[in-house]
Design a protein around this ligand. Structure first.
Ligand code: HEC
Ligand code: HEC
Ligand code: HEC
Ligand code: HEC
Length: 97
């Protein structure tokens, strides 16, 4: 550990500061098949959104300010860009201007 160069140390710190994606946290106790059938993305995200709902419940039962007000309108992946480490609120502007 103490033999790490400064560059490596800075890299570690950078990685620690960087936000994790939702996929990152799900990969800690799972794999790609946690959400994808055979590890491959579906055409319309239906498989993936069904997986979210099986574990978390649907939008109309989830807590949080923006879930129940959007119930039945959308899929989880309309707001949660799970492979991105950007905040979920970045997706609001796709529909609201
Ligand atoms: C928490 C659920 C989840 C996990 C775990 C997950 N994915 Fe995804 N993935 C999604 C969703 C949902 C999409 C649809 C696009 C989006 O909303 O980001 C997607 C999209 C994709 C795409 C399409 C390209 C893109 O980024 O839009 C690929 C390829 C992909 N995933 C591969 C993988 C691989 C490989 C793994 C394992 C290392 C993985 N995924 C793990 C949920 C997941
Ligand atoms: C196999 C069960 C499972 C599936 C499938 C699953 N999750 Fe999760 N998710 C969990 C668990 C367990 C946690 C950690 C405990 C918690 O916060 O509820 C979690 C945490 C989260 C979190 C908060 C922590 C973070 O990473 O930001 C979000 C957001 C989330 N999931 C969204 C999703 C979305 C969107 C999908 C579908 C693309 C999905 N999950 C699919 C089980 C699952
Ligand atoms: C209208 C956009 C939107 C949709 C659709 C949506 N979410 Fe969220 N979700 C959010 C926002 C915004 C947050 C962050 C709330 C906060 O920071 O307090 C969040 C937070 C979460 C969290 C983390 C809660 C925590 O304890 O930190 C989970 C888990 C989650 N969403 C799961 C889902 C699942 C599963 C679906 C689909 C059934 C879904 N979301 C659909 C916007 C959305
Ligand atoms: C896929 C499109 C879409 C996305 C993404 C989306 N919304 Fe919406 N939102 C809607 C629609 C459709 C309605 C219902 C019609 C309306 O009131 O404009 C709505 C309604 C609302 C309302 C009024 C709800 C109420 O209580 O009356 C608020 C506030 C809102 N959205 C905030 C957000 C926020 C914050 C985000 C991001 C976390 C977000 N929306 C993401 C489509 C979207």
């Amino acid at each position: 550990m103490y033999k790490l160069g400064l560059g490596a140390l800075l890299l570690c710190l950078t990685l620690m500061v960087q936000a994790q994606s939702v996929v990152d946290t799900h990969m800690l106790n799972g794999d790609c098949e946690t959400c994808h059938e055979n590890g491959e993305p579906s055409i319309n995200n239906e498989v993936e959104n069904r997986a979210c709902i099986e574990c978390h419940g649907s939008v109309d039962t989830l807590d949080g300010p923006y879930h129940q007000s959007h119930s039945y309108l959308m899929m989880c992946s309309d707001c949660h860009k799970v492979h991105a480490s950007t905040p979920v609120t970045d997706s609001c502007m796709r529909c609201h201007h």
